[in-house]
Design a protein around this ligand. Structure first.
Ligand code: PMP
Length: 402
């Protein structure tokens, strides 16, 4: 397609007057419908040990056991609490600022900094920004963050207190950390004795192919390397059952879990056990979760395929333009030639397509190359997705003028 064809097609697209939102990685209504039986899953309100879930008190043991099997850790190293893993991450950092990691001084007053693999998840960066934690960009590779750079940074700077990680099917690049990356992160020498890995396993079960990638366990890797308290692992059922109304969990060493439980016990008398029991009755076990995730995949994979097909048709062979082929997760990272992401997003907007703002996948909202566009194909219908992907591709070609 030459530029004149691109201009004509873009104009025609604009005149359709569509309203398409590809900005956030929300599950589609059909995906949420998969978990409708959750609303009727309770056949009583008592757990196996006789706990009345309607009353105050600690979490449901069966929910803990379910997450232990999902996260491959002993149940004693798991806490199921709340409905948003992001809140758990936020609280770990707040507690670290105020109280310090177990056995260490509070971070506040030490001008703490975090390593942020980029592109990454905007809400992680939002937490750091809100708490005044300085962010240091490190580039992503196909195997995870650039480990030579990470090791170099953490070895000499004691103000670097931690690092964000989405180890599987990262948001937005779909990157999967290799086992070697995980081993190096667990073992690396850090100037800060209280350095932590924030391990957001948000897409642990969210495969888009039949490959179902399994990664090395970071908690075990840290323990084996003599850094047992380094990793804080987070997960939720936001994209398994209901987004924002599911279960969230964290896992870490027994010391860290004891620390968390004490701090969190000051904040709340106990979690929503009714929702925990409902989830256990509905999901049952790991096999139940995996079977449900296959149904999600059946809805999501064609949407990803539709985007990729449009990109190949309109952008294939265009110099400087590339995109990811994720094997899981919720996003595609579309990479424009340097300096064209913002303009592409504006042209897409003018054609009725809302995208995540340019720079959102970078700390402080600043993509130094202005080259990354996060594509979230989950929410709109298959037909809308294909239309939107074509519109985005046309906008990109129009922006770069070729
Ligand atoms: N982490 C990542 C990497 C995500 O992409 C998302 C949702 N977009 C979340 C966490 C949010 O998870 P939750 O709903 O459990 O807070």
């Amino acid at each position: 397609m030459n530029l004149a064809d691109v201009q004509a097609k873009y104009q025609a697209f604009k005149e359709l007057g569509l309203k398409l939102d590809m900005s956030r990685g929300k599950p589609a209504p059909e995906q949420l419908d998969l978990s409708l039986p959750l609303l009727d899953a309770l056949d009583g309100f008592k757990t196996a040990d006789g706990t009345d879930t309607r009353n105050y008190g600690g979490g449901v043991a069966e929910a803990r056991a379910l997450f232990a099997s999902l996260l491959d850790v002993p149940a004693g190293q798991v806490v199921v609490e709340g409905s948003a893993s992001l809140s758990l991450m936020h609280d770990v950092l707040i507690y670290s600022m105020v109280y310090g990691q177990p056995g260490h001084a509070p971070w506040a007053g030490q001008s703490p900094a975090f390593i942020c693999p980029v592109p990454g998840y905007d809400r992680h960066f939002g937490i750091c920004e809100a708490l005044g934690i300085r962010m240091i960009n490190v580039a992503m590779t196909d195997n995870g963050p650039d480990m030579d750079e990470v090791e170099r940074l953490v070895a000499s700077d004691a103000s670097i207190k931690g690092m964000w990680n989405v180890p599987k099917y990262s948001n937005p690049g779909g990157v999967v950390y290799s086992d070697e990356t995980i081993r190096r992160l667990a073992a690396m020498k850090t100037a800060a004795p209280d350095f932590i890995l924030m391990w957001d396993d948000a897409y642990r079960f969210h495969h888009l192919t039949e490959e179902n990638i399994v990664s090395a366990g970071v908690i075990d890797a840290c323990a084996a390397a003599g850094n047992p308290n380094r990793a804080w692992v987070f997960a939720s059922t936001s994209k398994v059952t209901f987004a924002g109304a599911g279960l969230a969990a964290l896992a870490s060493s027994t010391d860290n879990v004891a620390w968390w439980t004490k701090k969190s016990g000051i904040r709340s008398i106990g979690p929503d056990k009714v929702n925990q029991l409902r989830h256990v009755r509905f999901l049952k076990d790991r096999a139940g979760v995996e079977a449900l995730m296959v149904k999600h995949r059946d809805i999501l994979a064609p949407k990803f395929d539709a985007v990729l097909a449009q990109f190949e048709a309109v952008l294939g062979g265009v110099e400087g333009v590339s995109w990811t082929y994720p094997k899981g997760g919720y996003f595609i990272d579309l990479v424009t030639p340097n300096g064209f992401a913002k303009q592409t997003i504006e042209l897409a907007k003018a054609a009725g397509i809302t995208l995540t703002p340019a720079g959102a996948a970078f700390p402080y909202g600043k993509d130094p190359k202005d080259a990354h566009i996060r594509i979230a194909p989950s929410f709109p219908s298959l037909k809308e997705i294909a239309q939107a992907a074509e519109g985005i591709a046309l906008a990109l070609r129009l922006a770069i003028g070729r």
